[in-house]
Design a protein around this ligand. Structure first.
Ligand code: AMP
Length: 421
């Protein structure tokens, strides 16, 4: 036997038993997006590498070591998208749909990062993302948080998730903060691990994200972003907090929440589900008011969030059971019945379009087919054999109810099945 070829490490197959959960989550997400007046946008999975370098930042982990970058046959450097915001902004600018207007957009699809795979961290993963353009106030930040909160409520998982918020202020305040942070960490250089020493010169804010237990004390005493906020950012942040309080959404202020991408400013937040273990961030977002201009568009205030579907599916799967069973399983015995059976199934589908009808396609004798019917979870089995053909009837056998089997005419069968429709 030939050796089988395995999937690429960190890239998952999602089997039918799992897609039931994914479809359920995706349906809820689409419905929420519609409720809030968001429209779907689709953009390519591959973009020019420069797009990500220019926006996410060349010193960030994503760009410096996690991108799937390759040279195509034309010699162009291309990259599989590591996240959605940047492609969405690029598409919005190119299509001219951001200029001088308010846009509420959403997308859903695969993202690619060459990270070290572990539970909850994959190299191909899926995000549902929302991006809003043209709204500068804290009310849109609050709307995004309300949307996500509504999602947790509908899924029944709100008690498992905690919201952390912070403000990164403007670009100018972040520069001041960054300088002071570097001075502080340089003074305490002996307490930093190798990774953080490297980040000191590239991305010092990310040192605050370190999970190294030996560094927690030096991080705890580091200068704090909120002490550096300019007046405008402070007011924006206070207003957001008021809106969340008014909606009774519980949150924690985490002054060390900095996010891994360069383009964020002002409001940032993360929803954490402790239950997920080491990779416990479920959803993250914030404002990125400079990004549209940075990518060549006219300056446009913007905000958004992205939600990891693998992690959410894990929580929902542990929370509830979703099964998919057919309504009807059609058993046919004999050559004539086999042909008639397929047509009968078509007629049933014409009359009862919502029903799920599986035909046995005569795989095996009556006993085998009956076993399959029972295993499928179908509510009833319809049996078509020589006797039925001769008498122009169909035998109905209840598989989940303790009722005697009956032989009925087509019109009577339709009536009987209508209750499942
Ligand atoms: P980010 O784009 O890094 O802010 O991530 C947003 C969300 O996407 C996270 O909160 C996770 O739920 C999910 N996510 C990010 N990276 C991965 C990954 N490598 N594997 C699975 N989910 C991920």
């Amino acid at each position: 036997m030939a050796e089988s070829i395995q999937a690429i490490r960190g890239m998952n197959d999602i089997v039918p038993e799992s897609t039931l959960y994914w479809q359920y989550i995706e349906d809820v997400l689409r419905e929420i997006a519609r409720n809030y007046g968001y429209q779907e946008i689709r953009f390519p999975i591959i973009e020019h590498t420069e797009l990500f370098e220019r926006s996410i930042g060349v010193v960030t982990d994503i760009v410096s070591k996690e991108m799937y970058t390759f040279v195509d046959r034309n010699g162009d450097s291309l990259t599989l998208r590591p996240e959605g915001t940047v492609g969405c902004v690029r598409a919005g600018i190119q299509q001219g749909i951001l200029h001088n207007q308010v846009r509420r957009l959403w997308y859903l699809g695969p993202m690619f990062r060459h990270e070290r795979p572990q539970k909850g961290r994959y190299r191909q993963f899926h995000q549902f993302g929302v991006e809003t353009f043209g709204l500068p106030g804290p009310d849109i930040d609050a709307e995004h948080i309300f949307m996500i909160n509504r999602l947790w409520n509908i899924l029944g998982i709100n008690d498992q998730i905690v919201l952390q918020i912070n403000s990164l202020g403007t670009k100018e305040t972040r520069v001041l903060y960054r300088d002071d942070l570097v001075i502080y960490f340089k003074k305490n250089i002996n307490e930093l691990d190798e990774d953080s020493k490297r980040r000191l010169n590239t991305n010092p804010l990310r040192i605050l994200d370190s999970k190294n237990p030996n560094m927690q004390s030096v991080i705890l005493h580091a200068p704090k972003m909120p002490d550096y906020l300019d007046e405008e950012s402070k007011i924006h942040f206070d207003k957001l907090k008021c809106l969340l309080d008014a909606a009774q959404i519980h949150y924690e202020i985490n002054p060390r929440l900095v996010r891994g991408l360069d383009y964020y400013c002002c409001t940032v937040y993360e929803w954490i589900a402790e239950k997920l273990g080491a990779q416990n961030a479920l959803c993250a977002g914030g404002r990125y008011d400079d990004l549209v201009a940075q990518l060549g568009g006219k300056a446009t205030p913007a905000a958004g969030f992205a939600l990891g579907l693998e992690r959410l599916a894990e929580i929902v799967t542990a929370q509830k059971t979703i099964e998919s069973t057919p309504d009807v399983y059609l058993i046919t015995v004999g050559e004539i019945a086999r042909q008639r059976g397929l047509l009968l199934a078509e007629q049933l589908r014409d009359k009862l379009p919502k029903l799920c009808i599986i035909t046995s396609c005569s795989s095996g004798g009556f006993k085998t087919q009956f076993k399959h019917a029972d295993k499928s979870g179908a509510k009833v089995a319809l049996i078509l054999g020589d006797k039925e053909i001769e008498q122009n009837i169909i035998t109905v056998k209840y598989l989940r109810e303790d009722k005697p089997q009956v032989s009925l005419k087509f019109s009577e069968v339709i009536k009987l099945l209508e209750k499942f429709d």
